[in-house]
Design a binder for this molecule. Structure first.
Ligand code: 1HN
Length: 365
């Protein structure tokens, strides 16, 4: 059946949406629709199936960004604008199905940030939470809520909601990381605030290493009172996560769908490390082929090491270190590793779980 004319634009383009109304009878209702519109009233029956879809619907498409293609743009951006002027010198990864929206999935942001030796990305804070996943460089720090951490490739760093944060590069080469943020969720709920500190770094209140000492060794301070829903560990070093995956690989067989996939957790409550973004580190051993998996959480992948190939829906992408790719909601995907490969992933699964929305489906290989 053809869609009813003027049906909600969203609905029109989407397959599987069957209008509930009789096309021939619509002519006789036009006058009613026109008068209702002037009263800011609209008939649900023209949009119902576009509002409540039979399966997940997103305009986000499977896509890949090869780091070799993106890196020259990051370097060129450095010639065109300073970190201070830009506030954050980030090239946004725009999902090709969602142009101009600063979205890599329907709900999440991704961007690559570059900071040169001697530069500072000045302190600010916002309600949106951020994650950083370090791509290349050394001797750069991020300071969060009064404590610094040095960042190394593969480290997963968190900036919790409404915490002051700034970044600085004290090394001799460029520092690049992937930024993942939840501001689209914050904005959908119209809950965004931000503040700037006026171009400088914020004041340090604790020595470097305080957070990992208190929370990073399977110990918690007695009488711990951590009110935030974000993990108090704000740097999960790659060295430790990688070691865990390596040991796991020697002690058990890979999961058919996930290979070896570990979630980053908040040591205070055992839940996800962040309240709005789920994160994982995954090892796909050489020669491994995952069985088809799909889930309602559109997922961003970035490769730390190794090479392989993923099929997402009907597209296949070859990937290597630092490439970033995205699997939209409910689109089946499989991975194949041609070398031992380590991949970092993030999605909005934690929100979906809290709201009883999350679904997944595992097919046999
Ligand atoms: C932000 O605050 C950072 O603090 C990075 O490094 C990327 C993208 C959008 C909005 C705020 C950062 C961001 C961001």
């Amino acid at each position: 059946m053809k869609p009813v004319e003027n049906v909600h634009r969203e609905a029109e383009a989407l397959e599987g949406i069957v209008p509930t109304v009789d096309l021939a009878a619509e002519e006789g209702r036009k006058d009613f629709y026109g008068r209702a519109k002037r009263e800011h009233l609209a008939p649900l029956w023209r949009v119902l199936h576009g509002l409540v879809t039979a399966k997940p619907v997103t305009r986000a498409a499977p896509a890949i960004w090869h780091y070799a293609d993106v890196r020259p743009y990051l370097m060129e951006a450095c010639e065109l604008i300073g970190a201070a002027e830009a506030e954050r010198r980030v090239m946004v990864l725009e999902n090709p199905g969602l142009p101009g929206q600063s979205r890599i999935t329907q709900s999440l942001f991704a961007g690559l940030q570059i900071i040169l030796p001697g530069e500072i990305a000045p302190a600010h804070r916002h309600v949106a939470s951020a994650l950083r996943f370090i791509v290349e460089g050394k001797n750069a720090f991020t300071a969060v809520a009064g404590e610094r951490t040095m960042m190394e490739p593969g480290d997963f760093v968190i900036t919790p909601s409404w915490t002051w944060h700034d970044h600085g590069n004290e090394g001799s080469g460029p520092m690049v990381w992937l930024d993942g943020l939840d501001m689209h969720i914050v904005n959908m709920l119209a809950t965004s605030f931000r503040e700037d500190m006026g171009g400088k770094a914020h004041r340090l209140e604790r020595p470097e290493g305080a957070a990992p000492a208190e929370f990073g060794n399977n110990l918690l301070p007695v009488d711990v009172e951590h009110r935030s829903q974000t993990s108090p560990i704000f740097n999960y070093p790659y060295r430790k996560s990688r070691e865990s995956l390596d040991a796991l690989q020697r002690t058990r067989a890979p999961d058919a769908w996930h290979g070896y996939k570990m979630k980053y957790i908040n040591p205070v409550n055992g839940g996800w490390a962040m309240p709005t973004i789920s994160t994982w580190l995954q090892l796909l051993p050489k020669g491994f082929r995952s069985a088809p998996y799909r889930s309602t959480d559109s997922t961003v992948f970035t490769v730390v090491e190794g090479r392989g190939r993923s099929t997402i829906g009907d597209q296949t992408f070859d990937w290597g270190p630092h490439d970033i790719f995205v699997a939209p909601s409910w689109m089946a995907h499989t991975h194949q590793a041609t070398e031992d490969a380590v991949v970092f992933l993030y999605s909005d699964r934690v929100i979906q779980e809290k709201l009883d929305l999350f679904r997944e489906s595992k097919e046999k290989a």
